[in-house]
Design a protein around this ligand. Structure first.
Ligand code: SF4
Ligand code: SF4
Length: 449
């Protein structure tokens, strides 16, 4: 058991005077600034765009005054007016989109302009899909199995009708392509309610999966459903994405609020909060952190990134914050200690003789950094069936061709190898960087040819 798993209820957060909207998120870089310093903006106004990703916009999450120089890497909104209901008018779709794609094209454009398109992923690459592309299928996953990431049931609670309207809108974007709705293979009240609710929707294919990480990964789901990588793209969205689609296409409102989890062993009241993009991280930490020295992770325990000190507000892709106690000193011979309150991937700690217990999850779990000891745990656990330790060794020796031959492309970036590694090698991060390098090199060769 992990201490600090976020409860399903929503906790209200206080209004703040300033919002700090990061210009960089996991997938986006909002480099094209569309506002001036001290400009007054309404909720939903476009502050910046990511021109590499189909001009996906960074929207003002509330009315306020723009400050461009106040915090590096952020657009700050000052004098935030929480009472203002004024909403910016989303740009109309360019005439050629309406001409060539009709109503579905206009809807897709609205999803982009109102901030709902950010919730879409290409199932195989994780990248933002082309909003005007034609997918072979859409996978809608109601599950979020990574520990501490925002849970689908918490987001769905009381919003089942909105969710089904979101699915209807998704279907209206398609011609005949299927929508796969991924559900847990359990009979909880909420799951039964969803099944009952969707019984009449013949165009939705219900797919049940075990409650086990990383079955909710779009890449795994696409392979499991037999959807081929090389034909048309497969779109993947989660519960919050379907709700965003509903908000953008039914109410025509900008999607500037997110339900995120705040969990982890160093949290007072593990919960979910609904906050605007740019909400100050300091206010969240002051409210939730139970210790003064913590490490904050943007996302869940396996795939989240460490929040650096210069990040001031919640970014527009955040799915949760995981807060761990930071151990300042090394544990002497930490890797050999028998461990009554933590377990190892192999049953080699005393804890394996215990019944259920709460794991002492800190930033030093399973020892400290050292070279690979060839234990093979990473290979055992990898759901993609590749050999992470071998890839690591090839990367260390700069043998990029060998890395490519060892099928790095199959890695789904789940982070399980990094988690079980007793040497705390950041395998997942190494592989993400290497994949980007290989893609770039291949593109350069293609262009040269
Ligand atoms: S992140 Fe690690 S465990 Fe996960 S698929 Fe990639 S190599 Fe395998
Ligand atoms: S789990 Fe870590 S130490 Fe063990 S083989 Fe893999 S990379 Fe090496």
């Amino acid at each position: 058991m992990l201490a600090g798993l976020p409860a399903g209820h929503l906790k209200a957060m206080p209004d703040v005077e300033q919002l700090y909207l990061p210009l960089r998120t996991k997938r986006f870089m909002f480099s094209e600034i569309c506002v001036k310093d001290r400009q007054q903006v309404a909720k939903g106004d476009v502050l910046a765009k990511d021109l590499i990703n189909y001009a996906v916009p960074l929207l003002a999450s509330h009315a306020g005054t723009v400050r461009l120089e106040k915090a590096d890497g952020h657009i700050v909104l000052e004098n935030v007016d929480w009472s203002s209901d004024a909403i910016a008018h989303a740009e109309d779709a360019p005439p050629h989109i309406a001409r060539e794609m009709g109503a579905a094209g206009i809807k897709r454009y609205k999803l982009l302009a109102l901030g709902a398109w950010e919730y879409f992923h290409d199932a195989y690459t994780g990248a933002l899909p082309d909003p005007l592309g034609i997918p072979q299928a859409i996978i809608v996953c109601t599950l979020s199995l990574e520990p501490f990431a925002a849970r689908g049931d918490a987001q769905l609670h009381g919003r089942l009708l909105d969710f089904t309207r979101g699915l209807e809108h998704l279907q209206s974007l398609l011609e005949y392509q299927p929508i796969y709705l991924i559900m847990p293979d359990i009979r909880s009240d909420l799951a039964s309610q969803v099944r009952e609710h969707l019984r009449g929707y013949a165009w939705i294919k219900l797919v049940e999966i075990p409650l086990k990480y990383p079955y909710d990964n779009f890449n795994i789901l696409a392979r499991w459903l037999g959807l081929k990588k090389n034909s048309a793209p497969i779109w993947g969205i989660r519960t919050e994405g379907a709700l965003a689609v509903e908000k953008a296409l039914t109410s025509m409102l900008p999607c500037t609020r997110r339900t995120v989890s705040v969990g982890g062993p160093a949290v007072n009241y593990p919960s979910h909060i609904e906050v605007a993009t740019g909400y100050p991280l300091k206010t969240i930490l002051d409210t939730f952190a139970s210790e003064s020295s913590v490490r904050v992770i943007n996302g869940g325990i396996f795939t989240g990134d460490i929040v650096q000190a210069d990040l001031l507000g919640l970014d527009s892709e955040c799915r949760g914050l995981t807060i761990l106690p930071e151990l300042k000193e090394r544990e002497f011979l930490g890797f050999m200690r028998p461990g009554w309150d933590r377990h190892s991937y192999r049953a080699s700690f005393l804890s394996s003789a215990r019944t259920e217990f709460k794991e002492r999850l800190t930033t030093a779990v399973r020892g400290e950094k050292r070279p690979c000891i060839s234990c093979g745990y990473c290979e055992d656990i990898c759901p993609a069936g590749i050999m992470p330790y071998l890839l690591h060794k090839y990367l260390y020796a700069d043998l990029i061709d060998e890395v490519d031959k060892a099928r790095l492309d199959l890695c789904i970036e789940c982070g399980l190898c990094s988690y079980v590694c007793p040497s705390k090698i950041e395998l997942r991060n190494e592989f993400i960087t290497a994949k980007q390098l290989i893609t770039k090199e291949k593109e350069e060769i293609r262009q040269a040819e």
